[in-house]
Design a protein around this ligand. Structure first.
Ligand code: ADP
Ligand code: MG
Length: 701
């Protein structure tokens, strides 16, 4: 019964009608009363006060005036482009301008009627006016006047043209609530309401739309946010449970020769405690009988590669194949070279498969993957092509996951009956809230310790006109035997001009650092894979001191002798990219430097990014600022993982609440994993309703 009333079509509400109902659906997706109630105000204004025209002095606040409208004139006959009128009360008059709906203006306002005008004043040529304010006939009995706080709702020009401005929406909310408030069902069990001091749901809806004061707004907001996060966490946790209970995983019970031989004879350094701990965590997963789905976070240079290798050796010890996928050819080749060196003499079959692997070689790799003789394959996206068939893939490791889409990750699952264990490695720290939401159904391991002896990179922000000093600095570093990266932004939309900038920069450097004393190499996306590799190798072998490049070198490249990272037009890079780039230096024992070059004139956000880089070497801190500046949808390419659309919850700001609801949801599932207990009936119904049509999140790990 109750549900039905809330499901009433909005068109049936007094004063809405079919035409506006259609518009509400188009513009806001609102079909039912419930949908309308879920349009929450994004802020509140105090409408208890009526101001006077003479008081208008500020173009940042809203004014509410009562007066008459006179002198409406259309400007630009025969086809007027705007209309001007005057709004007057006993203290004076002010200009009102309209650009739309001009035809009806004259009929709309009657000279003897009194109106309520509501809006922000604009300062134009030294005087104030109102452009398209909300204007309604003044009704002394209008409940919204003198009421106090009124919600401000999202609306569109189209809706406003049809009388659905924020004030009209507020009225609609009131009408709906008058009819249905008593029928708004509770969705959370009593004990949660009590323990978390949450107000009942129906009051929350009432108070969020029609608050008497700020305390009511806070109570309502907390309750509704809590509910939204709680159900979302419940869903994530249930997906995780489902995966753990129903999807079988290979059991890697043996720690055998490969692992032990490597550990005892080939390990080039002793592992950090963090690396040891992480390997232990992973081993536990591999032995559990369930498929591992783990995210390995570790700042740039924290030593994830060796962990990957040792985990792959465990797969081999248990008779399985393993693969390591990287986002670029450069990175894949570098991984391949590193692994090859590290497992030399261990009798392991290892191959590299990328887009530029020769056909004959490729055929060999396909065949040996299919017959099982190839034990480890390192590569790019080429690994997930349908032609690649493994005999018994037991483990898939994906490096720098933010470059990969979720869909690509799950491709490995399709390759075998029992899905391989999956380890996703990322250097982009995922802020806590995202870890609990976008990645909420993955397990997380962290390498929170850098190998010993690392000096933090010193970072400076300098301006274009400092070039001479920068050049002198580069000369000194090179004289000391160091190598330098100079990175240019190449953005898809302006690729051509960006390439010119890189080219010009390269030529200027050639001029300042002439051969034969100096050698430069250059690396960008328009080179063939072979050329890129060739240039990269010259840098790695120290045949070039300066590498001019684009972000193709962003991920994973490891040249410990490089100590200077110069980033041109640094303002055009996002924080996580800057941090990644900086991570290319500071890999050896020498002091390293990162120099961010910009114009004097950059945006506030860009300034904040530069400051953050200068002040912090902590990937976590940087990721938090990044999240703050960009919002969760943008951070580290998490777009791909499916937008989480929330009605009122805010992944950016509700960290604590997310944590609380996650813990609470966990407790509830421990007691009632199937949501079958009678006291959870309401909760169960709401859960079903919420997630009936949504994307199945269990597919993403
Ligand atoms: P990332 O986590 O960024 O992928 P890498 O795996 O490339 O980092 O490691 C960065 C550098 O640190 C490499 O040169 C690697 O050999 C070295 N390294 C890794 N672990 C240790 C360790 N425990 N002690 C000393 N050096 C290490
Ligand atoms: Mg790496």
């Amino acid at each position: 019964m109750e549900v039905n009333l809330l499901q009433t079509k909005i068109g049936y509400l007094k004063g809405v009608g079919p035409k506006r109902a259609e518009l509400l659906q188009k513009e806001l997706g609102v079909v039912t009363y419930q949908d309308m109630l879920n349009q929450f105000p994004f802020r509140y204004i105090d409408r208890s006060q009526i101001q006077k025209v003479a008081q208008i002095s500020d173009d940042t606040v809203y004014y509410q005036l009562i007066g008459r409208i006179t002198d409406i004139k259309l400007i630009g006959a025969p086809r007027p482009t705007r209309a001007i009128g005057r709004f007057a009360d006993e203290t004076g008059s002010i200009e009102v301008v309209w650009f739309k709906g001009l035809k009806w203006l004259k009929d709309r306002f009657k000279p003897n009627e009194r109106y309520v005008l509501f809006g922000k004043a604009t300062l134009f040529n030294g005087t104030f006016n109102f452009a398209h304010p909300e204007i309604e006939v003044y009704d002394p009995k209008d409940p919204l006047i003198g009421e106090g706080l009124q919600g401000v709702y999202f609306t569109t020009e189209k809706l406003k043209d049809h009388g659905l401005g924020t004030r009209a929406i507020a009225k609609i909310q009131r009408l709906i609530l008058q009819q249905v408030m008593e029928y708004i069902p509770e969705t959370l069990p009593q004990d949660i309401l009590r323990e978390e001091s949450l107000i009942p749901r129906k009051y929350a809806y009432y108070q969020i739309h029609l608050p008497a004061n700020n305390i009511e707004i806070q109570q309502a907001t907390r309750r509704l946010k809590y509910e939204e996060h709680f159900f979302f966490q419940l869903k994530l946790l249930r997906n995780k449970m489902h995966r753990e209970q129903t999807i079988k995983g290979h059991v890697f019970s043996v720690v055998g020769n490969y692992f032990n031989d490597f550990y005892n004879h080939h390990l080039p350094f002793s592992l950090t405690n963090a690396q040891k701990r992480v390997i232990k965590e992973i081993r536990k997963d591999l032995n559990s009988g369930h498929q591992m789905n783990r995210l390995l976070q570790g700042d740039v240079g924290s030593g994830k590669t060796i962990v990957a290798l040792m985990v792959m050796l465990l797969a081999l010890d248990n008779g399985f194949q393993a693969c390591l996928m990287a986002p670029t050819e450069i990175l894949a080749s570098q991984h391949y070279a590193t692994l090859k060196e590290q497992i030399e003499g261990m009798g392991i079959n290892l191959a590299l498969l990328t887009g530029s692997t020769k056909i004959s070689e490729r055929r060999k790799i396909y065949a040996s993957l299919a017959d099982g003789s190839l034990q480890i394959v390192v590569g790019t996206h080429a690994l997930i092509e349908s032609k690649v068939v493994f005999k018994n893939l037991g483990l898939a490791i994906i490096d720098e996951q933010h470059r990969f889409g979720v869909a690509q990750r799950s491709k490995f699952w399709e390759k075998t009956e029992v899905p391989p264990h999956t380890l996703v490695m990322t250097a982009t720290p995922i802020p806590r809230t995202l870890a609990m939401t976008q990645y909420g159904d993955l397990d997380v391991s962290k390498i929170d310790e850098l190998p010993p002896g690392r000096k933090p990179v010193k970072t400076y922000h300098v301006y274009q006109d400092d070039r001479f000093r920068i050049m002198r600095f580069m000369q000194r570093q090179i004289a000391e035997g160091r190598q330098i990266y100079v990175v240019y932004p190449i953005i898809k939309e302006s690729e051509k001009t960006d390439m010119i900038a890189l080219q010009e920069g390269y030529e200027a450097l050639l001029h300042d650092f002439p051969e034969p004393k100096y050698k430069l190499c250059v690396c960008h996306g328009q080179l063939s894979a072979e050329d890129k590799d060739f240039e990269m190798q010259r840098f790695i072998n120290r045949n070039a001191q300066i590498m001019v490049a684009t972000t193709v070198i962003e991920v994973g490249v490891n040249v410990p002798n490089a100590t200077v990272m110069i980033i041109e037009n640094a303002n055009r890079f996002g924080l996580s990219q800057l941090h990644q780039l900086r991570g290319r230096v500071g890999r050896g024992a020498d002091q390293s430097f990162c120099i961010l070059i910009t114009d004097h004139n950059i945006s506030q956000d860009a300034k904040k990014r530069m400051e953050t880089m200068v002040n912090s070497n902590d990937g976590f801190e940087i990721a938090e600022v990044d999240l703050e500046l960009r919002g969760p949808g943008e951070t580290s390419g998490t777009r791909q993982s499916g937008q989480i659309e929330m009605l009122i919850g805010d992944l950016q700001k509700d960290g604590l609440l997310i944590q609380q609801t996650r813990a609470r949801a966990m407790r509830l599932l421990e007691k009632d994993p199937k949501l079958a207990l009678p006291e959870n009936l309401m909760l169960r119904n709401h859960y079903k309703e919420l997630f009936a049509q949504t994307f199945d999140w269990s597919q993403i790990g």
